[in-house]
Design a binder for this molecule. Structure first.
Ligand code: ATP
Length: 505
């Protein structure tokens, strides 16, 4: 298959809003793929190269090479070129890599060059399209989409699920939980308050639910197989070497093969949680603060798969495996007032809120479903920084006021601006963001530095107001920065639809 075919389909997919049309376009493309091309094509549709590291960055692919007039590159040739670049190391590798890039880009048309640049820098917009790709795979391989989705979540990869799907339904069903292979984590939906969450989970007022403390640290999934321990983040990145305390706790537990889900948290000496910013920088730099794991779910223990077991069974297994100091605080109740009191206590103890959980539900890997409902007293959105303004006065020389965007599939840039803020930034954050945003700069207009939309930021706000100033027709009131979120990609930021759903009246 020619790369040009894939690029053209990607452009068509981006240009239509209809999910059905997107699936049909992708199915058309997948129908023309040869078996040995499948993994590469599915990986590219998901916005990723197959090589995790190529040694290439933005600068490495920004130099203009004259484009080819006619398309000739095949997807396999592109994959081979990146595989060869990934192997380069040592002296002379920089020059060799430059040569390889010039070769590859010299054979690409202008449209292909733009696509190559985007995929190398992780900027392909169809990265959000994994679910649509899974649907197309199911259609072409003639297997149920639920089976493809489940396999992708359990294998942590749509590529692996696609390969199995084309081998048939049995191969797909054979993909199960494997200790040592990360699973997409279960996600939570949200409710405005505890009463609303209880009304959803216990409509008759007599069904018991679990109310967990919501700790504000870093999501961790911990796999132990004998002496081998693997710790991954929410996006399945391996952070084992950065969290020796978590590895030690995992090795101390009374079972030799298990998978645990939880949150890693830095605690001060008096047991209060430290700000997420500090937890995150601890993982980046391994300095002084002790990090402790707090687990809230278990997916496997010594040969027993628990993914499909109801919540109360998983919690019983968790309590048997993990001693109390390493478990998240939890209340089981059917009483909304008791749940509310527990939430108030939890917030008073310095935590972020609570997560209410359906005790009859299975572990829905990779899904943001109704079985887990989070309640936080302060409303926040995860937005993407589109531009930054140079500060003045005390902030002279620093990039200060950030322009905030929500995801918007219908906008040509993929984002729509909702407002600006320079509030909530510490001096450390200002220094960090100045460097960060200069590295993402695309162009300048007066004192505004426009950046590639790659940095996600969590914003707290007091409300939304209708506004003619911004194209989305909405503006945030009293927006302030809570933290930068390096554990989320722009594809995981909040959408304009989510923002609109928060407008009352
Ligand atoms: N007891 C708990 N149960 C489940 N998740 C918890 C718990 N304590 C903390 N968390 C964190 O809360 C998150 C659940 O919210 P959600 O699935 O919406 O993820 P998120 O988008 O990262 O949310 P947020 O920005 O609110 O942390 C989990 O990813 C996890 O990191």
């Amino acid at each position: 298959m020619l790369l040009a075919e894939l690029v053209a389909t990607s452009e068509e997919v981006a240009a239509t809003r209809s999910r059905k049309a997107k699936v049909a376009l992708l199915a058309g493309l997948l129908g023309r793929v040869e078996p040995d091309e499948l993994e590469v094509v599915v990986s590219y549709l998901g916005g990723a190269l197959r090589q995790r590291r190529t040694g290439l960055g933005w600068r490495g692919v920004s130099a203009p090479a004259p484009p080819a007039a006619e398309p000739s590159l095949s997807v396999l040739e592109v994959d081979e070129a990146f595989a060869a670049m990934a192997l380069l190391s040592g002296s002379g590798s920089q020059g060799a890599r430059r040569g390889a890039v010039a070769d590859l880009f010299g054979r690409a048309t202008a449209a292909e060059q733009a696509w190559l640049r985007a995929i190398v820098t992780g900027n392909l917009r169809q990265g959000a399209l994994d679910a649509v790709t899974q649907e197309a795979v199911a259609q072409v391989a003639d297997v149920p989409v639920t089976a493809v989705r489940r396999a992708a979540m359990l294998a942590g990869s749509t590529v692996d699920a696609a390969r199995a799907a084309f081998e048939g339904e049995d191969a797909l069903a054979a993909i199960g939980l494997e200790v040592g292979r990360p699973v997409m984590p279960m996600l939570a939906s949200s409710a405005p308050d505890v009463a609303a969450a209880m009304a959803g989970l216990s409509p008759d007022g007599t069904t018991e639910v679990a109310v967990d403390a919501k700790l504000d640290g870093i999501r961790i999934q911990v796999h132990r197989d004998g002496d081998d321990v693997l710790v991954v983040t929410r996006s399945l990145d391996d952070i084992t070497s950065r969290l020796p305390e978590v590895v030690a706790v995992a090795r101390s537990l009374p079972a030799s093969r298990f998978v645990l889900d939880g949150e890693a948290l830095a605690l001060t000496d008096d047991g209060r949680p430290m700000a997420f910013q500090d937890t995150a920088s601890r993982t980046a730099q391994a300095e002084g603060v002790a990090i402790t794991p707090h687990f809230f779910d278990v997916l496997h223990v010594d040969g027993r798969d628990l993914l499909d077991a109801p919540g109360h069974e998983r919690l019983a297994a968790l309590d048997a495996l993990v001693p109390e100091p390493h478990r998240v605080r939890r209340l089981l109740t059917s009483d909304a007032a008791a749940a509310d009191a527990f939430a108030a206590e939890t917030v008073a103890a310095g935590h972020e809120g609570v997560v209410l959980k359906d005790l009859s539900a299975p572990y829905a890997a990779g899904r943001r479903g109704a079985a887990w409902v989070k309640v936080k007293p302060v409303h926040t959105l995860d937005l993407v920084v589109l531009a930054v303004e140079w500060g003045s006065g005390r902030r002279q020389g620093w990039l200060s006021n950030i322009h905030l965007g929500a995801r918007d599939e219908s906008s040509p840039t993929g984002f729509v601006m909702l407002g600006k803020t320079f509030k909530g930034m510490t001096d450390e954050m200002l220094a960090w963001q100045t460097e960060r945003f200069l590295s993402l700069e695309t162009h300048r207009e007066g004192h505004v530095v426009h950046v590639r939309p790659e940095q996600v930021v969590e914003i707290a706000f007091d409300g939304l107001q209708r506004s003619t100033r911004y194209p989305g027709g909405l503006a945030l009131r009293f927006a302030r920065v809570v933290r930068y979120r390096d554990d989320k990609t722009p594809a995981e930021a909040d959408t304009i639809e989510t923002v609109r759903s928060l407008v009352t009246g």
